[in-house]
Design a protein around this ligand. Structure first.
Ligand SMILES: [Fe+2]
Length: 414
């Protein structure tokens, strides 16, 4: 795995020569990540950027402003005495869930905010960009390591929102009867070819979690030992063809395949197929970034919830891998399409690793306070920014979620 694309500098950036060397790299990296957000938003009109199609999804304009607030709140205000807040009303509007950073606007109502408008948000971004670039250039060497550490978190945070920007607008477009196109040139990544089947994960005690000096989120630590049983993991992701078999066999109508909560939700929501799938004249179509397309049987299934993934595994007489099994297999190079197509549900609850401690202060709210009632997904998706993926990366969502690019691979115990 490549090291993160936003980890260009060694952590020991505090000494003057290293700091001076790192400044130029951080400047370039900051500009590149900020530009990627704007590149993704540029496919969207001002109207597109306001809409919020459900409480879990945020408007594009909000994403652009929130990642900017993150730098203002956690980098500029504490570390730049000369920094002037762009607009005193913005922290309330663009704080997401950081209770320690002050009160905030209700998440389900983000789509009601037509003002500040897109131009105001562009001005906010430019104001913060200039201040961050000044700080990178001028921060005293003695403070550089702390500043660059927070800058790095902010950049990875912005990359996470780059993915959410895409998944959230796709959800909005999927509610639109005209099937809007995000990017007519967009092509789905193709699944790896080669023999399917299961690969044996080396049984025994294996270390999992982040290692090395590159960036990671705190939830990937501490690195620790896990006992891996005799288990095989599917080399490939579950395909649409396999999912069509599940549908044809009555998978969505067979209660015995489902967890109780999943069955209740599937009934209440009328689930008959993965998210964004629609049937016309006997053929299945799916809403994609390039608009409505016929489902390609050869491609991996996307937009399935944990409940559906678990039901499919039971239907297939298999299981979902644990996150430790997934990581050991991935580190051993055993998995095709581990990254870049679909986040893969695991059977692991999102819990702290042994000895995990969240950081002090509001930034400690980033991951730790969500470690209940969610499931871990591994890998990365087609919407994950280049270089953001890691073998130890722990994504997490609630079991009903299916607006992300979520799929699965199976495991079997022999
Ligand atoms: Fe955020």
């Amino acid at each position: 795995m490549p090291r993160s694309a936003v980890s260009p500098a060694p952590r020991s950036a505090a000494s003057a020569p290293a700091a001076d060397g790192a400044r130029g790299v951080w400047l370039q990296t900051f500009r590149r990540v900020r530009a990627e957000t704007e590149r993704r938003a540029a496919h969207l009109s001002a109207e597109d950027q306001i809409v919020q199609s459900m409480a879990d999804a945020s408007p594009t304009k909000w994403h652009r402003a929130h990642v900017t607030w993150f730098f203002e709140q956690f980098l500029l205000v504490p570390h730049d005495p000369a920094y002037k807040i762009f607009d005193e009303r913005f922290p309330f509007l663009f704080n997401s869930y950081y209770v320690g950073a002050g009160p905030r606007h209700a998440r389900p109502q983000r789509g009601l905010i037509t003002r500040p408008n897109g131009e105001d948000v562009a001005g906010y971004r430019a104001h913060v960009d200039a201040a961050v670039e000044r700080l990178i250039t001028e921060v005293p060497a003695a403070d550089a390591e702390r500043v660059f550490t927070i800058l790095e978190i902010g950049l990875h945070h912005e990359q996470q929102h780059q993915e959410l920007l895409i998944t959230d607008i796709l959800h909005a477009f999927a509610q639109n009867p005209t099937d809007p196109v995000y990017d007519a040139q967009w092509q789905p990544p193709h699944a790896a070819q080669g023999p399917r089947g299961y690969v044996a994960v080396p049984a025994g005690i294996h270390a999992i979690g982040h290692e090395g000096t590159g960036f990671c989120f705190d939830n990937e630590t501490p690195r620790h030992d896990e006992l891996i049983p005799e288990v095989g993991i599917a080399r490939h992701l579950v395909s649409n063809a396999e999912w069509l078999e599940f549908i044809a066999a009555g998978g969505y109508a067979t209660a015995s395949l489902w967890l109780s909560d999943g069955w209740a939700l599937a009934q209440a929501e009328g689930w008959q197929a993965p998210g964004y799938w629609r049937q016309h004249d006997g053929a299945w179509y799916v809403m994609t970034l390039a608009g409505l397309k016929q489902v390609d049987p050869a491609e991996p299934v996307l937009h399935v919830s944990y409940y559906e993934a678990e039901a499919f595994a039971r239907f297939a007489g298999k299981h979902l891998p644990s996150e430790a099994e997934w990581e050991v297999a991935s580190r051993a190079g055993l998995l095709a399409d581990a990254f870049g197509i679909a986040w893969q549900w695991t059977r692991s609850a999102y819990l702290p690793y042994p000895g995990y401690r969240a950081a002090e202060g509001a930034l400690g709210e980033y991951n730790g306070k969500f470690m209940v009632s969610q499931m871990v997904l591994r890998g990365s998706s087609l919407a994950t920014p280049e270089g953001h993926e890691r073998v130890s990366y722990r994504n997490f969502f609630y079991p009903p979620a299916r607006w992300q690019f979520t799929g699965l691979r199976l495991a079997e115990f022999v």
